[in-house]
Write a protein that binds this ligand. Structure first.
Ligand code: AGP
Length: 609
């Protein structure tokens, strides 16, 4: 939700800010803006639209100053418009903000009483007025920001400039990520590490309540009370190529195709030498030994939640331990019943999803041990969990998650099989069988990707369909949910994922000759039941798109198409069954002329509730 980028140094800030913003665009893209110093004061460009539109609006303008702040927005308060775009400016104070100021109505009404005038509908403008008011009573810029933040409740990541101190930037964070990049007499501020990597590998993560004063040669951090705090710097080893499309039309397609490679990378960390051996790092095994949980609770949002549903099959089969799965937005407020023997596993690609981070903090409040499964090094989740298990999928830029999902599935298999070495709940032969199967998955994914042209043709055939059903059982049920979510988010076509055994309890009423139905099946103990469901859909005229493994030759009724993926262990079929569904969603969006990487109303990291 919203990307912030800022620069202070010795170069023209505009190209730097635009490059940083482009890398953060996945966080929001309904409007964009930046502010720089020029001649006597602050100069601002804003527009409704994308970074490209902002670039056009700026043209060849070259500022005199070498400091600037920039923002790409995902609207929370106030519609997407130029007036609501950041930076907001009041009396020579400019602010870019990510988060929500929860008491902004109350603060705004007090400010209105003092004669303040507002031009936008945003909560952020309140902050500008607060800082301007503190400056007007003679406070130093840094203190003015700090004092203002003491009056604020809610979440924020901020970069602030003032025309009173043109060589200074102030950054602050609370419940919203913010990272400072450190260069040679220059600093960067960014919502995430990835956007910093083209500029520097040395970073400093701000903690909640931190306010940082950046000058060309120094950085000082205080808490809201004004006491100095020390934060250490970290060097991020960038093993990934820059976030570019590499000849693919969209990041989503690139990331779908990158899955075999991403998975190999995940596995290389945990299956380094042999194909049939999964080895967890010693500190991970020590963590499991210490915790000795009686129950596991997996918590996440969206696609990561579906990975948890899949994880339940894997963990229960392998560890013989009860597993619950919960949506973070529900879990954090229920409140859940936890204890030191409930291990809470929080799964998040970004590690910044507000509800998942909220769930983590609730788990910690109840003294439950926490394990993070996360893709982004140094993210809030990664830093705050008792133990973090990285998925190593590489940066995922497409808003619709694809390679991060399959790497989360791999993380669950690796964790479960690796952990079973201590719990001894799995026969060694079965353990080897799963590990061997997993090692083959990248190769089988490559085969499955050959369905590309068939999925493109089907998307053309069904481009005007208004609704889809996705059905699956057992480990393919979460894949039905994921397939439906993918279609909704990028093609805006309504889709419902459902356990195939549930259709008779309601959803089958939707089925007629206008309803395309994806049915997922593999050769496992549930196959006869899925074939019955297939019949039930056929009888009611539904147009069946069967996604099955290669072993299933004949189906129990005629279908529009049968998309086959290679045969694998029943616990691993999900890795392959999801690929045609990802491709179908992608091509449906393309065929309908939509911007796949910037689906409307969505942002990659949902850092507000
Ligand atoms: C996936 O395609 C979605 N964009 C979304 O559901 C996402 O998975 C969810 O917001 C959770 O994100 P996280 O994994 O970064 O926590």
């Amino acid at each position: 939700m919203c990307g912030i980028f800022a620069y202070l140094g010795w170069r023209n800030p505009i190209p730097i800010l635009l490059e940083g913003l482009s890398l953060l665009q996945y966080r929001g893209y309904d409007s964009a803006g930046l502010a720089v110093f020029h001649e006597t004061g602050l100069h601002r460009f804003r527009c409704k639209g994308t970074i490209h539109d902002l670039r056009v609006a700026i043209g060849d303008f070259c500022p005199k100053g070498q400091v600037g702040i920039a923002h790409t927005r995902w609207a929370t308060h106030g519609t997407p418009s130029e007036l609501n775009a950041h930076p907001h400016m009041v009396s020579g104070v400019a602010i870019v903000h990510n988060g929500i100021i929860e008491n902004h109505f109350e603060l705004k009404s007090k400010l209105l009483d003092t004669g303040a005038r507002f031009e936008s509908e945003t909560d952020t403008e309140v902050l500008c007025h607060l800082v301007a008011a503190e400056l007007s009573i003679g406070r130093r810029f840094f203190d003015a920001v700090r004092e203002s933040l003491r009056k604020v409740h809610g979440s924020y990541a901020l970069a602030v400039m003032s025309d009173r101190e043109p060589d200074v930037l102030v950054a602050a964070r609370n419940d919203s990520p913010l990272v400072i990049g450190i260069g040679e007499k220059e600093f960067y501020i960014s919502s995430d590490v990835t956007a910093l990597l083209p500029f520097t590998n040395t970073v400093l993560f701000l903690e909640d309540g931190d306010v940082a004063l950046l000058k060309r040669e120094s950085i000082e951090i205080q808490n809201l009370a004004g006491s100095r705090v020390e934060r250490s710097t970290r060097v991020i080893h960038d093993e990934f190529s820059p976030a570019e499309c590499h000849g693919y039309a969209h990041f989503m397609l690139k990331e779908i195709y990158e899955q075999p490679f991403a998975l190999k990378r995940t596995l290389s960390h945990y299956m380094p030498d042999r194909n049939d051996l999964i080895g967890l790092p010693d500190d991970c095994l020590e963590f499991f030994e210490q915790v000795e949980p009686k129950r596991l609770v997996c918590v996440a949002c969206g696609t990561s939640y579906y990975a948890c549903l899949e994880g339940k099959f894997v963990l229960e089969h392998t560890l013989k331990i009860p597993v619950e799965v919960d949506l973070a937005s529900e879990f954090r407020y229920r409140p859940p019943l936890l204890d030191p023997q409930s291990l809470v596993i929080l799964v998040s690609q970004s590690g910044e999803t507000a509800d998942t981070v909220g769930a983590l903090r609730e788990a910690k409040r109840q003294e439950a041990p926490t394990l993070g499964v996360c893709n982004v090094p140094g993210s809030t989740l990664a830093r705050e969990c008792d133990f973090v298990f990285y998925t190593h999928a590489g940066p995922e830029i497409g808003v619709a998650s694809t390679k991060a999902f399959t790497s989360q599935l791999a993380a669950f298999v690796v964790l479960a099989v690796g952990w079973s070495a201590i719990r001894k709940a799995l026969a060694p032969d079965r353990k080897r069988e799963i590990a061997r199967g997993l090692a083959e998955i990248p190769h089988l994914m490559e085969h499955t990707l050959k369905l590309d042209s068939r999925m493109r043709a089907l998307s053309e055939q069904f481009s005007t369909a208004q609704n889809f059903l996705y059905l699956g059982r057992g480990p393919l049920y979460p894949i039905a949910l994921e397939g439906a979510l993918k279609l909704k988010e990028v093609s805006y076509v309504h889709a419902e994922g459902c356990p195939a055994g549930e259709i008779k309890h309601g959803p089958i009423a939707l089925v007629d000759e206008n309803m395309p139905v994806f049915i997922l099946a593999q050769r496992d103990h549930l196959l006869p039941k899925v074939l019955n469901n297939l019949q039930e859909i056929h009888t009611r005229g539904g147009q069946i798109l069967a996604v099955t493994d290669h072993s299933i030759e004949s189906l129990s009724c005629p279908v529009v198409d049968q998309l086959k993926f290679p045969v694998t262990d029943w616990l691993l079929g999900a890795f392959l069954a999801v690929i045609p569904l990802q491709l179908f969603a992608y091509y449906m969006a393309v065929v309908r002329g939509l911007d796949v990487d910037k689906p409307r109303n969505l942002a990659k990291s949902v850092t507000v509730e």
